[in-house]
Design a protein around this ligand. Structure first.
Ligand SMILES: Cc1cc2nc3c(=O)[nH]c(=O)nc-3n(C[C@H](O)[C@H](O)[C@H](O)COP(=O)(O)O)c2cc1C
Ligand SMILES: [Fe+2]
Ligand SMILES: [Fe+2]
Length: 392
């Protein structure tokens, strides 16, 4: 058996999580260039609580790590901050290994634990906002945190040591570094992660940040990626991201089969840059959705480029527009660029998908075949208009 690392991260608190270096996809959507972690923690007083578990497939590693600290059969509580299987999937196994342990979760969490993991009422303790559990000299306080990331989610706070176990909130998908200062790209990973996972719930995120600030943690211990021993950094970033503050930044996401649309995109990105706008350009078929999600967190404008394709947009552009609609980025302005062969249809479909987002479509350029000088000029004018709206 492998020889594992467990760490005491605060007095009587052990990290017993799993580093999944080899995982390459999350939610079958997001590439994970540095893998991820499933963080679980043991909090030991006279009684012991296990905070969250790990992704299915790592049950034995979790058990081995707990065994390095204590006899798992003596665990009294298993706290389920979130019912998603990456954290809760090992609960059935752990309930078997810890015959006297009770599962602690919110009311909605209890229903989901029954649905997903067959957790019965006699093994479950339901807690609500502000409830505490005394581990014998150490108090765990529960704070409901709905929609961060599912409706049942909560935070757990260890008083005294002031460790905030925030589950998905404040997380990052990377296996590198146990602490925030051990991964120089952490905040970039955290921003991608925020874009993919938390951005659709920005309003709840705002409340989550306030709640976290009120608790005044010394350590924020999320369930993915490094722990924060400089919590003010991630709190400051989350404050910005959840408030929907944008930069003078435009993201151009496009696809082009024969380079006609690409030619328009070139003029758009050059002319936006000339107007002093930060530009990021993504050729959709070979772009990382995580990178796009990161830029959506604080971009002020989104430009979609697509040729006409069977009466609508190219499927890659449909995918991108659908993702933008679902992730609800704070961008206020949009534009659409397209080339067609005969009947067009891409701009119309872009409007249909983006319409309900409330973004203002500042302009569109739709042309037959490759661009003429007049069409390049129309794009240059659109870049100017966009830049003006963005700096209002
Ligand atoms: C698979 C395929 C489907 C297409 N469907 C349409 C269409 O429905 N309507 C249209 O006007 N042009 C259609 N076209 C033509 C392209 O939109 C046209 O060639 C365009 O100039 C390509 O732009 P691009 O160079 O940016 O890829 C299609 C082309 C391909 C290859
Ligand atoms: Fe989750
Ligand atoms: Fe998660």
């Amino acid at each position: 058996m492998a020889q594992y690392d467990v760490q005491e991260i605060s007095k009587g608190v052990h990290w017993v999580g799993v580093r999944d270096w080899d995982r390459r996809m999350f939610d079958e959507l997001i590439p994970l260039p540095q893998g991820t972690t499933y963080n679980a923690y043991l909090v030991r007083g006279e009684k012991t609580a296990l905070i969250d578990t790990v992704n299915p497939g790592f049950e034995n590693e979790l058990l081995a790590k707990i065994t390095m600290v204590m006899n798992p059969a003596e665990i009294d509580y298993i706290v389920m901050n979130h019912a998603e299987p990456d954290h809760a999937g090992s609960i059935p196994f752990m309930l078997e290994q810890c015959p006297r342990a009770k599962l602690i979760t919110t009311k909605k969490g209890a229903r989901m634990a029954e649905l997903y993991f067959g957790a019965t009422a006699d093994r479950t303790i339901v807690v609500k906002d502000g409830d505490v559990i005394d581990l014998g000299g150490r108090i765990l306080r529960f704070a409901e945190a709905p929609w961060l990331h599912w409706p049942e989610t909560m935070f757990t706070f260890l008083e005294g040591e002031r460790v905030l176990f925030s589950c998905d909130f404040f997380g990052a998908h990377t296996a590198k570094g146990l602490w925030d200062d051990e991964n120089e790209e952490l905040y970039s990973h955290a921003q991608s992660y925020f874009g993919e996972i938390m951005m659709p719930f920005r309003k709840f995120g705002r409340r989550g940040v306030e709640k976290a600030r009120e608790l005044d943690p010394l350590i924020i211990a999320p369930s993915h990626g490094p722990m924060h021993r400089h919590p003010e950094n991630i709190l400051g970033l989350y404050h910005r991201w959840t408030s929907g503050e944008t930069r003078n930044k435009a993201i151009i996401a496009y696809v082009s089969m024969w380079s006609a649309t690409r030619a328009l995109v070139r003029t758009m990105s050059e002319r936006l840059a000339a107007e002093g706008v930060e530009v990021v350009q993504y050729d959709l078929p070979c772009s990382d959705i995580g990178e796009i999600a990161k830029d959506l967190v604080d971009a002020r404008a989104i430009i979609l480029g697509s040729p006409a394709f069977l009466g609508g947009m190219h499927p890659q552009a449909v995918y991108a527009a659908t993702l933008v609609k679902a992730l609800r980025p704070p961008a206020k302005f949009a534009a659409v660029l397209s080339s067609f062969g005969w009947g067009g249809g891409a701009v119309k479909q872009a409007g249909e998908i983006l319409g309900p987002t409330g973004m203002e479509i500042v302009g569109t350029v739709e042309m037959g075949g490759p661009p003429t000088e007049a069409e390049h000029s129309a794009v240059a004018q659109l870049a100017k208009d966009l830049a003006a709206r963005m700096s209002e």
